[in-house]
Design a protein around this ligand. Structure first.
Ligand code: ZN
Length: 254
């Protein structure tokens, strides 16, 4: 897999590396990978396991930490599908896995734990998207649905910048044949008997570039959610796994 030289440092059991939101711990800040962009693309890190709040309250607490007003926040009810749509601030959307906006006041959010959060940004129009991408969604076409959505708004895909946030990496992602079935053999390999290892980030990259996004404008962050103790991981923690919350917003919006 080709990686941008601008990668977020990461690795197992490190809790003091990677870009952090200025003045705050507990956050990845991927927007440092887009110098000069007037946006914040962030993801919460793993909190103390004792945090008991329901997900909605947890999301609200994090938004408060970021200084974001709840009425500006749009959140999808994610179903591992391939639907994306315009964000409606102040709402929990129905079944959808990606939200887009060109309104600078709108805060996009989603939740992940091994699936990748994908941040799409078109600087000329300020169109932004935040998309939840696991194997089901990517296999069903959520990446292509996202590029189609942007293209339908008149966006030239070769101008779109993309950050693929932390996801489970190939060596940690053993799956059955039904999982790799929708993907080309370039993004998976046989592993143990009847099992395979899927490179989800490579699959996302392949679909992005296949749609016309330039490979040089797609940035991965080289953080494996299962290995990196800063991340929640469904594979590692099972039903007990928490969720990381992604936010994508204009800097200084509130
Ligand atoms: Zn790993």
């Amino acid at each position: 897999m080709i990686k941008s030289p601008h990668t977020v440092s990461g690795g197992a059991d490190r809790d003091d590396s990677g870009p952090l939101l200025a003045g705050q711990t507990g956050w990845f800040d991927f927007s440092t990978l887009w110098p000069g962009a007037p946006v914040k693309a962030v993801l919460s890190q793993r909190e103390a396991p004792s945090v008991p709040a329901p997900l909605s309250e947890h999301r609200e607490d994090l938004a408060h930490q970021l200084g974001l007003a709840l009425k500006t926040i749009a959140a999808p009810h994610q179903v591992h599908g391939h639907r994306v749509e315009w964000a409606r601030p102040g709402q929990l959307h129905g079944e959808t896995d990606g939200l887009f906006t060109d309104d600078e006041q709108v805060v996009l959010t989603l939740q992940v734990a091994d699936c990748a959060p994908i941040y799409f940004y078109h600087r000329p129009s300020r169109l932004r998207g935040l998309v939840h991408a696991g194997w089901r969604g990517v296999g069903a076409g959520v990446v292509t649905a996202s590029t189609d959505f942007m293209q339908a708004q008149g966006v030239a895909l070769d101008q779109v910048e993309v950050i693929i946030g932390p996801a489970i990496e190939r060596s940690c992602y053993e799956v059955g044949p039904e999982v790799v079935e929708p993907f080309p053999p370039t993004v998976w390999r046989p592993h143990s008997a009847g099992k395979f290892q899927l490179d989800l980030v490579a699959a996302i990259r392949e679909q992005l570039t296949g749609a016309g996004v330039l490979a040089g404008k797609v940035t991965g962050v080289d953080v494996c959610t299962r290995c990196d103790s800063r991340c929640h991981s469904y594979r590692r923690d099972g039903q007990q796994a928490g969720r990381m919350i992604a936010y994508f917003y204009k800097q200084n919006s509130s």
